[in-house]
Design a protein around this ligand. Structure first.
Ligand SMILES: [Fe+2]
Ligand SMILES: [Fe+2]
Length: 268
């Protein structure tokens, strides 16, 4: 039990602290030369999360449970601050006080990811280590929306001359919007929609779509790295969204395993 707590905490922190660090970089790169104060703030968060990432790498699964619980709280605090920074930037954009090279939806998106990370850290410290059946639909709603957003970012950051790839990205956007609405429908049908077979089918339907989007992102990443793509996409942003799709796939496997374990325990 105590080891699982340490393992899950380190896994979440290692994944999401790198993501938070990269968000700080993307925000920084989006600010213009007349926004040095915002650049400085973004740099500060980059350093904060780089430090967290290094410390998380130094812990092991044998690390002390209490020490990890304190670390989770500290990371939670840092994430609250980057969340507030992202919301502040979004407010500045939406009130037309600044113009940045990041879309408002991207800034909102990265703030949602920060809020999710905060929530996970809170759950871990409360002892919720595995996804509850109740949370499976919510997690899918959250991640499907991220995937739908990613498809839109790719479509809008490609050069207009990349007609075929824009069409592909728009297809993914439509497909994930549909899956998202399906998940939202199931959400309002709770608790009746939470029966094992219904949820298992839901997961099985989402998985191949996420796999194809992940492959599409991988192709885009390779094309960018080889300088074969015309776009405004930073190579690290392509890799970043690829890793987030992989994370969703890992969670889908975990949800499916927990549903199978749940139905077995019901049979006993
Ligand atoms: Fe992200
Ligand atoms: Fe994302």
């Amino acid at each position: 039990m105590s080891n699982l707590f340490v393992e899950r905490s380190l896994e979440e922190i290692r994944f999401w602290s790198r993501i938070m660090k990269e968000h700080a970089l993307f925000l920084r790169l989006g600010f213009t030369v007349d926004q040095p104060k915002l650049v400085q703030e973004a740099d500060h968060f980059y350093n904060v999360f780089e430090n967290i990432e290094e410390r998380a790498a130094a812990f092991t699964s044998d690390s002390d449970r209490e020490q990890i619980a304190r670390f989770n709280m500290e990371v939670y605090q840092a994430t609250t601050h980057i969340w507030a920074f992202k919301r502040k930037v979004l407010g500045l954009i939406l009130s037309c006080q600044i113009i940045t090279n990041n879309y408002p939806l991207l800034v909102d998106h990265v703030s949602r990811e920060a809020a999710y990370f905060m929530n996970r850290l809170e759950q871990l410290n409360k002892g919720i280590l595995e996804p509850l059946p109740d949370a499976i639909i919510n997690e899918n709603v959250f991640f499907l929306r991220l995937m739908a957003d990613h498809a839109k970012f790719i479509a809008h950051l490609l050069d207009p001359s990349e007609r075929n790839l824009i069409a592909d990205a728009n297809d993914f956007s439509y497909q994930f919007d549909q899956l998202l609405f399906q998940a939202v429908d199931l959400e309002s049908m709770r608790p009746e929609s939470q029966t094992g077979p219904m949820l298992t089918r839901f997961i099985e339907e989402n998985r191949p779509a996420v796999q194809s989007l992940r492959d599409f992102k991988q192709t885009a990443r390779e094309l960018i790295e080889e300088c074969r793509l015309r776009s405004n996409i930073h190579p690290l942003l392509a890799d970043h969204t690829f890793r987030e799709a992989n994370r969703f796939l890992e969670l889908l496997d975990r949800f499916e395993a927990s549903l199978t374990a749940g139905s077995n325990s019901l049979l006993k």
